[in-house]
Design a protein around this ligand. Structure first.
Ligand SMILES: *Cc1c(COP(=O)(O)O)cnc(C)c1O
Length: 382
């Protein structure tokens, strides 16, 4: 007789060592929490305007520059509000007149809604692709489109896209360039990218950086800094917390405009330095590729499962969306949860019979393997 999800007890030897597979907030490495504990009295609860905290912010900015191989003139800008706050800030400080948005899921759609609602901006050009695929940017006149809004990894659907600089016709190449802005919230630290193709690569650290939310981190090219300063000089009204000129000035001093979450900053630094010690971004990305490869390979080999993203090139190496047939994905997620394996539930708004499994660098590929064995165990009993 079939079991109810909550009554299934997975044998201890099948279970992953760590049961956190959420796509954000995501698994925080216990080693990072220990490092935070070690700084409980000389860092936590101390002024963010003094050297104790500022040296940690400085190390964080340096670690990001090293991890991403940022060249001369690039700046790492930090502020409060996470990636959603950064969208609002970008509408005030980065988009000059009109943005082109590539939308293919919840997060990319949300950013397009921000610039659509901004009264000082023209209606955006929105290029949409069906869920499970990604759109391609259309080269446009820089006098019309001054920002291309791309998303490295659409966390809601598990689709990643290549980052390309839309090619201008030679006659337009002397114009002030359009900026390529990339929402890298779930990709940064887990997918390789080339600063030559991007102007602003922004994220929050509660996903691949295995920290906590609330902060935005933006790697900004010289052209991006120039844009922020030009809009600032033009006198446009900007709320101070959403003003990237203020954020950039504070970041140069290893500070934020207002008080940040100090624990988030230290946890992010711990992960960034762990990635650098391991061998850098390529090493971190290889851990994600190993875990996601295990999940997709398993799904393809099972009768009852298949990767949602049919084009393998678009399949995210960090967030695996897996469709199920003949068995309820919600029941599987409930049985996993009853065994302390959490946050595998599918993205509600997609409305599919699906699990969504994170494969961030902090997740041990051996645990991804164990998760697939646990799902097999559950499916046999449901
Ligand atoms: C999680 C996520 C966001 C939102 O991040 P917050 O820090 O919660 O604002 C934005 N974009 C993508 C791609 C995400 O995965």
């Amino acid at each position: 007789m079939a079991s109810t999800p909550a009554s299934i007890s997975i044998p201890a030897e099948l279970r992953p060592a760590d049961g956190r597979f959420g796509s954000g907030p995501s698994k925080v490495r216990p080693e990072a929490v220990k490092a935070l504990q070690a700084r409980a009295v000389d860092y936590l609860g101390t002024s963010h305007r003094r050297t104790g905290v500022r040296s940690v912010v400085g190390r964080l900015r340096a670690a990001m520059a090293e991890l991403f191989g940022l060249g001369d003139g690039w700046e790492v800008v930090l502020g409060n509000g996470g990636s959603t706050g950064f969208w609002d800030a970008a509408a005030f400080s980065l988009v000059e007149r009109r943005a082109q948005h590539l939308t293919f899921g919840e997060f990319s759609e949300k950013f397009s809604a921000v610039t659509a609602a901004a009264p000082h901006l023209r209606d955006p050009m929105v290029i949409t692709a069906p869920y499970g695929t990604h759109p391609v940017p259309e080269p446009a006149d820089p006098a019309d489109i001054d920002v291309y809004a791309l998303t490295h990894n659409e966390t809601s659907t598990g689709v990643c896209m290549p980052l390309v600089q839309p090619q201008l016709s030679p006659s337009r190449q002397g114009d002030a360039p359009s900026l390529v802005m990339v929402d890298a919230t779930s990709a940064a630290g887990a997918m390789p990218w080339d600063p030559a193709d991007v102007d602003c690569y922004y994220f929050a650290p509660q996903k691949a950086f295995a920290a906590d939310g609330g902060l935005f981190i933006a790697a900004c090219s010289p052209a991006t800094i120039e844009r922020i300063e030009r809009i600032d000089a033009g006198g446009r009204y900007k709320p101070a917390t959403l003003d990237l000129a203020i954020a950039a000035r504070n970041s140069r001093q290893d500070q934020t405009y207002n008080t940040p979450a100090l624990a988030t900053i230290l946890l992010t630094l711990e992960t960034a330095e762990w990635m650098l010690d391991g061998g850098g971004l390529g090493w971190a990305a290889s851990r994600s590729a190993a875990s996601s490869g295990i999940v997709y390979g398993w799904a393809a080999a099972r009768e009852f499962a298949s990767p949602f993203v049919t084009d393998a090139a678009m399949r995210s190496p960090v967030v695996c969306t897996v469709d199920f047939e003949g068995v309820s994905a919600d029941d599987i997620a409930a049985a996993l949860r009853a065994n302390d394996i959490v946050d595998t539930e599918g993205y509600r708004k997609l409305g599919r019979n699906q699990l969504r499994i994170a494969a961030f660098p902090a997740i041990d590929p051996a645990d991804a393997e164990a998760l697939t064995a646990c799902i097999d165990y559950i499916v046999e009993r449901l």
